[in-house]
Write a protein that binds this ligand. Sequence first.
Ligand SMILES: Cc1ncc(COP(=O)(O)O)c(C=O)c1O
Length: 427
Amino acid sequence: MTSENHSFRELSQMATNLIPSEIIRLGNEINKLIKEGHEIFNMTIGDFDPSEFPIPTKLRNAIINSYNLGHTNYPPAHGMLELRQSISEYILKFQNLEYSTEQILVSGGSRPLIYAAYKTIVDPGEKVIYPIPSWNNNHYCHLSEACPIEISTLPEQFFMPSVVEIQPQLKNAVMVALCSPQNPTGTMFSKDSLYSICKAILLENEQRKGTRKPIYILYDQIYSQLCYDSNIHVDPVTLFPELSDYVIFIDGMSKSFAATGVRVGWAFGPESVLNKMRAILSHIGAWAPKAEQVATAEFLKDIPEVENYLKKFKGEVHERLIGLFDGLKKLADDGFPVDVIKPQGAIYLTVKFPWKNYRKPNGDIFTSQSQITEFLLKECHWAIVPFKAFGDDGESEWYRISVGTIRKNKIGEMLEFLKLGMKKLVK
Ligand SMILES: Cc1ncc(COP(=O)(O)O)c(C=O)c1O
């Protein structure tokens, strides 16, 4: 059923105009090639292969045990108290922030919480600032009928937004959506950079006091346990405790514990905001399953177990990121048309294939990003996601590589296939 044949719309304007997911489109193409017998290195999804990255054993056993104990009825709307207690202790231990159980909201993964934060803060037509590239803010703006203010970021700034671009837009906005370590770039805020942004927001809120809705910060730190080398996770409330009334943190089990299918996420922030988010989500019914909540509460309480898991898990993710980074850097040093940014956090690597002045073996010049994506897929066996999927204009030659499904012993072969493909390009 399409609406094009009619002068009226058969579905809501919002649903009719939903932007299809670029990653799903690419996924369909990849599956087709795999079915035809091609070997494809699929680095498109921000997920983990459970045979490479299993969830913590203690968590898995606790989930099974919870079902055996019959934890199969509705959990409380804002999450089980034991879990919120464990999360409160976890936040204190790893971020040195004090949040009570009443300031924490649990949900079925962190996505519903992001949606609920948008719906709680932003009225239709109000403005939300976020960087490009970034993960799904364009979709959340669409769902909540918010007006996006997209901030373009630069490779020289590791694709992180800075106060220079954000500050001039603050007057118009009600929310700034930030993420660190960032999906899709695998880069993160330095303390100085986040400090300047937060200071500007604080000043704007002081001017607004009592006259207008303040600016809120949606701070997505779902990758905060995955920081590498000397990169340290920073957050707005540690830098400015007086911002705590305006910051909604997003976090959860999905990425830090390879538990994307377990579906336990949490938000923490001002109680008044969290209460409204809870009310919205209770109508949607986006609770995390009760057995998973009981198990997560048990697991997160066991700090030595959490630390042991993180140490090994982080090491494994970083090894893959660095293996690919070193290999790509060597190709660049050897004169191949590729550029790469050193990974700082998360499970992603940012890479550029600046091929627009190159010719394919048939003599055709690359004229668009989609042709580069296709050549990578068909000639190099590389499936990766163009920044277009993260809100970029569609012609950027930058891509996201996700390492959650990569086998370490395949990295050499993957780089070899890429090199063979690039050898076919003619300047
Ligand atoms: C930055 C960021 N936030 C939130 C999520 C969603 O996490 P969940 O699977 O817990 O809904 C993702 C998933 O890719 C993400 O990359």
